[in-house]
Design a protein. Structure first.
Ligand SMILES: CC(C)=CCC/C(C)=C/CC/C(C)=C/COP(=O)(O)OP(=O)(O)O
Ligand SMILES: [Zn+2]
Length: 433
């Protein structure tokens, strides 16, 4: 096999065999071959454990509540995100609620981050101006804390004014006053408004058209019309369209095809064509698979004139759940004597972001029937119905003693029980518009 791009002499065709596709080596293909090799190596090494090191992960996350490593200094504007990654990671392992004083400490801190006398919304760090993406992280963190004290932090009237101020004339939302806008900022605004029961006709005017225009010829969605399809932005566009009940406007077959090709034989998900698998996409792309599945399920139910949301019990998901668990748990769990957590790739260090989204992806892959949650917990009613969610039995073939991570809502990435409780709370309050 040719080992570098330079060795291919295209002009003379020397050494070029059109039947051997391995000859077409590019920088990204070489990187992918390296990734496949590092996965194979990892699977042979003692580091490849097949159970989730629950206690050590909890220790890693607890430590993060008290001390942020000096190396995270540059992430000052992401304090709100670091809080969410840690809280949600712990919550999925059922280790958040008993942490001493967590509700009061988090609520007091998030009150400081909320700019309710300065135009609404939340900043990402102390004294930061409001940002739509930080506001989504703050909302998710407080939903994850899940107490009345946490819910009472929100100033919904000011939040509504903030989101209305962020609206653009083409149906998107800017990140902040004078900031950029894309499918990500638009999802964050729509998700927050639907979570807090402040979604009005005026707020959503034009949003569906903007999001639909971000779908590319590949089938996935980009940040902006004409941008390359990417898993993060596809999650954002498809989730927001699902909240707005408008997935019928999407070229769903093309999206389905695109997302199916995002799980190469490495087992994990890649964010875009020809790029490396990475554990954060276990959630971003995993959730897209589930939203697509829920869309087809609903379509089939409607075609069958059947009003039950779904009749298939123990319905498997549209991706290879075992392979995703294998990549995430065995290849990317980085453990030492005391701590454990997840990295993006087999040869890298653990961090809070990948620990949160790896556990979120594991949660999706360990459960079947999760698509039904989207239909029954649709954030526009106080009547939340939690459907039966079955455990994917393949998870036990990887390790019979597997820890089952708590099931999450695929669109909001909040533990189901916390999501149900918060939505009931906010949908019992007056709608603001
Ligand atoms: C709700 C919310 C804030 C969602 C954000 C979702 C989002 C845009 C995630 C993608 C972030 C990410 C890892 C980009 C990597 O691009 P890269 O070019 O470094 O990596 P690649 O090679 O995997 O594409
Ligand atoms: Zn990543």
């Amino acid at each position: 096999m040719t080992s570098s791009i330079e060795e291919i002499d295209i002009d003379t065709d020397e050494g070029y065999d059109p039947n051997d596709i391995q000859e077409y080596l590019t920088a990204t293909i070489i990187a992918q071959n390296g990734m496949t090799d590092s996965i194979k190596e990892r699977l042979k090494s003692k580091k490849a454990i097949s159970h989730i090191e629950t206690d050590k992960i909890i220790k890693f996350l607890y430590k993060g509540i008290e001390t942020i490593p000096a190396s995270h200094q540059s992430l000052d504007s992401s304090k709100v995100w670091i809080s969410f990654w840690i809280f949600h990671g712990l919550d999925m392992l059922d280790a958040l609620d008993n942490y001493p004083d967590i509700s009061k400490r988090a609520s007091d801190y998030f009150k400081i981050l909320q700019n309710d006398k300065l135009g609404g919304g939340f900043g990402g760090g102390n004294s930061h101006t409001s940002h739509v993406v930080s506001t989504f992280a703050a909302t998710s963190a407080l939903f994850t804390i899940g107490t009345e004290e946490a819910y009472n932090v929100f100033n919904r009237e000011e939040m509504y004014k903030f989101l209305m101020r962020m609206k653009t004339s083409d149906g998107a939302f800017t990140s902040e006053d004078g900031g950029e806008y894309d499918s990500r900022t638009t999802y964050c605004a729509i998700a927050v408004a639907s979570m807090l029961n402040i979604l009005s006709d005026e707020l959503i005017d034009g949003v569906v058209d903007f999001l639909v225009s971000c779908q590319t010829y590949e089938g996935g969605f980009g940040a902006f019309p004409g941008n390359e399809a990417h898993g993060g932005y596809t999650f954002c566009a498809v989730s927001a369209l699902s909240i707005l009940n408008s997935l019928n406007k999407v070229d769903m077959d093309s999206l389905h095809r695109w997302i199916t090709f995002r799980q190469p034989e490495d087992g994990g998900f890649q964010g875009r064509t020809n790029k490396l698998v990475d554990t954060c996409y276990s959630y971003w792309q995993g959730a897209v698979f589930i939203i697509v599945q829920n869309y087809y399920d609903q379509l089939n139910n409607n075609n069958n004139n059947n009003n039950n949301n779904n009749n298939n019990n123990n319905q498997k998901l549209l991706f290879d759940q075992t392979k995703l668990l294998d990549y995430t748990i065995r290849c990317c769990q980085q453990h030492d004597k005391i701590f454990s957590g997840f990295s993006d790739h087999p040869t890298r260090n653990k961090d809070f972001y990948h620990t949160c989204y790896s556990l979120s992806g594991i949660s999706l892959a360990q459960h079947n029937d999760i698509p039904n949650i989207i239909t029954t917990m649709n954030s526009n009613t106080q009547e939340q119905t939690v459907p039966p969610i079955t455990i994917n039995s393949d998870t036990f073939s990887i390790d019979p003693k597997s820890k089952i991570v708590e099931p999450i809502h695929p669109i909001y990435n909040i533990k189901i029980s916390k999501c149900e409780k918060a939505l009931k709370h906010f949908y019992s309050l007056n709608k603001i518009n």
